[in-house]
Design a protein around this ligand. Structure first.
Ligand code: ZN
Length: 671
């Protein structure tokens, strides 16, 4: 029998035939696909003809089609709907894949052909996009160590393979800690919690198989609990468990893993001739150097800390009025901030929530994409990997653009956080290929499902990434969609969050779940004002994490990462009542893989741009200005990695942004 993953997918839009695939199909499909890919690579590398763009670069672009299929299906289910078998497969696959890809990037014969083309690029008659793909391919080989010889070469392979499996262990430890911990609540403990939190803790209890309600470590459950529970003792217990993820001792402890990862990264950078891992990593980013990153973060830090210190004084006073003595602690901040929000903005998150129905917010995200880019969304009835998944066909002027899949609800089998990935990326070579894009979130289930304002922003954020994939219009897959510099990739997503805040969007789509009434005008105004609320806290918790990440990778690897973390926090005067957004033992952005290592700053870097880019719409005549929308698609959303990020931004805006727009946007300096 042929393996359903590798057979032709005779499904609508060639979406993976999830219903026909069993977990037993993955391992043989992976082996077969890697073999096929290796044969293709070998044929390219050993070609007797002189290297041409077609027989080398295009041949590389076209190779590995089967492997793409296996990995897109596997990583989709392993991230969003895991089980012990899939976790085991992931442990097996990780070193195999690492070995496979480093085998390709260290293939000397192949590298020589690419290097030869790179040397002759002027005389090859290539298009701009082709030169760019050639440059990126060549740079990729060099950075992967293709130019290394002998012992150094062997050591590089060892390091990469070890890093890959350490990253997987880090993630799995985190998942295990998140799954194992929960706190049972008595009926009395529910006092003070708004209805949606009560529903969510009861639903969590059912999922855990307890008779009563429980708090778990899912962000969408624990954050509202910390915000609303008047029980300081329970908040402390929950907060301590949440921040202890990955640092509980025993086999799921991530601290040793983090330390080993940092040492290996430094060694890797040194082997390639860089002073530090941050130097190596930032070379390909828009920021380019650690100093530019640190300067930007510290400019933001000073304004944010000033605001957070002022806020801490106010919250401490509120707590003391509550009869609690001693300093404000990290498990107090959200609770008193919520009280203050109610007092000052009179915006009650619980009253707000019925207006933020998941289905209406999805419609809102679609409607904005329709007005801006002419996209239309029609529900698509296809079997996916979990009954909670939904799919839409995306068209423009009757032409198929993409398939969009939304998997919105939290469940134990899903890793935490929210993400967007392309199950198939856009390309025109070797044949037209329309994207299949998925958004995965962790919203609490309900009937109807209601979102917090934060959740609604997450929905728009991930949808912004999806647009970057769906509107991609390049020839080669390797530079398609979100294949851009890491500190540029959050621009489309963070920019899209601004449309949620457009008053007419909320007025139309934020309708009450029971009455269907639109959000009252005064509530709407409060929502918009409250968007800046507690930004001192939010900015501080984020920037602290970004600075620790940078310190880990700029210079020699720290002997003890936890000590280094403490040192950095002390040096910047971290407020005592604010924790890092992600502390080292559960800082998956930095340790689960290479993606955001010395790159966590990039959200902030992108926010500098998104504030500035949205201002371009406002200056031009409004959030839906057609000329600006056209420019956004033309220069940023459709271009993938076909040009340097700085050039793309310049083409859209005509200039580069400074930090001021961001500080104003966050309300950290006067507008
Ligand atoms: Zn994002």
């Amino acid at each position: 029998m042929t393996n359903p993953i590798l057979s032709d997918w005779n499904t609508p839009f060639e979406i993976a035939p999830f219903a026909e695939i069993s977990d037993d199909d993955f391992a043989p499909a992976l082996d077969q696909a890697m073999q096929a890919h290796n044969a293709q690579i070998e044929a390219i590398a050993s070609n007797k003809d002189p290297a041409t763009f077609a027989n080398t670069i295009e041949a590389l672009e076209a190779a590995g089609e089967e492997l793409d299929k296996v990995l897109s299906v596997f990583f989709t289910v392993a991230g969003a709907d895991s089980n012990p078998k899939r976790e085991e497969l992931q442990r097996d696959f990780s070193p195999k894949l690492s070995a496979h890809f480093s085998g390709i990037s260290s293939n000397k014969a192949l590298f020589h052909r690419v290097a030869d083309l790179w040397d002759r690029r002027e005389e090859l008659g290539l298009s701009d996009e082709q030169v760019r793909v050639l440059m990126l391919t060549h740079r990729g080989f060099v950075r992967a160590g293709a130019a290394l010889q002998g012992d150094e070469d062997a050591r590089m392979q060892e390091i990469k393979s070890r890093l890959a499996s350490l990253g997987t262990s880090f993630t799995q430890n985190l998942l295990a800690d998140e799954r194992d911990w929960f706190m049972e609540l008595s009926e009395d403990d529910l006092q003070g919690l708004p209805g949606f939190v009560v529903d969510a803790v009861r639903a969590a209890g059912q999922e855990k198989g307890t008779n009563g309600p429980v708090v778990t470590l899912s962000r969408s459950l624990i954050v509202p609990f910390l915000q609303f529970s008047p029980r300081r003792d329970l908040r402390e217990t929950a907060y301590r468990a949440w921040t202890a993820r990955g640092a509980n001792g025993g086999i799921t402890d991530n601290r040793e893993i983090a330390s080993e990862i940092l040492k290996l990264r430094e060694e890797r950078a040194n082997l390639l001739g860089y002073d530090s891992f941050a130097d190596f990593k930032l070379e390909t980013e828009m920021a380019q150097t650690p100093d530019r990153v640190r300067d930007l973060l510290m400019e933001v830090w000073d304004a944010a800390k000033t605001r957070a210190d002022m806020d801490a004084d106010i919250l401490t006073e509120m707590m003391q009025e509550d009869g609690v003595n001693g300093p404000l602690e990290a498990w107090d901040w959200r609770y008193y901030a919520e009280k203050r929000r109610k007092a000052e903005h009179d915006l009650d998150e619980a009253a707000l929530k019925p207006y933020l129905q998941l289905d209406r917010m999805i419609k809102a995200a679609f409607a904005c994409a329709n007005r801006l880019f002419g996209l239309e969304f029609a529900p698509l009835d296809v079997p996916l990997y979990h009954p909670d998944c939904r799919a839409w066909e995306v068209t423009r002027n009757g032409q198929h653009i993409a398939v969009f899949i939304g998997d919105y609800f939290a469940r134990g089998s899903k890793r935490s956080g929210a993400w967007c990935s392309a199950m198939r990326a856009q390309a025109k070579f070797p044949a037209d290929q329309a994207p299949v894009v998925i958004n995965v979130c962790n919203f609490a289930k309900g009937d109807p499902a209601l979102l917090s304002y934060d959740d609604a922003r997450t929905l728009f954020h991930e949808f912004g990434h999806a647009l970057h994939q769906m509107l991609s219009n390049v020839t080669y897959e390797s530079i398609s969609g979100t294949s851009v510099a890491r500190d540029f990739v959050e621009l489309p997503s963070q920019l899209y969050e601004h449309w949620l805040e457009v008053p007419e969007v909320l007025a139309e789509f934020a309708t009450h779940a029971e009455t269907g009434e639109p959000m009252p005008q005064d509530m709407l105004e409060k929502v918009l004002k409250a968007a800046n609320f507690d930004q001192g806290f939010q900015t501080v918790e984020y920037v602290a994490s970004a600075l620790v990440d940078l310190a880990f990778h700029d210079g020699a690897a720290p002997a003890d990462p936890m000590a280094k973390q403490a040192e950095v926090l002390a040096s910047i005067g971290m407020p005592q009542a604010i924790g890092m957004r992600h502390a080292t033992p559960h800082f998956a952005h930095v340790f689960a893989g290479d993606g955001y290592s010395s790159g966590y700053y990039s959200y902030m870097w992108s926010e500098v741009m998104d504030a500035d880019a949205f201002a371009a719409f406002e200056e031009a005549g409004g959030a839906f200005d057609p000329e600006r929308a056209k420019a956004l698609e033309e220069h940023i959303l459709s271009t993938g990695g076909s040009k340097e990020a700085e050039d793309l931004y310049l083409a859209f805006r005509g200039r580069l942004p400074g930090v001021e727009a961001l500080l104003k946007g966050r309300g950290l300096i006067a507008a």
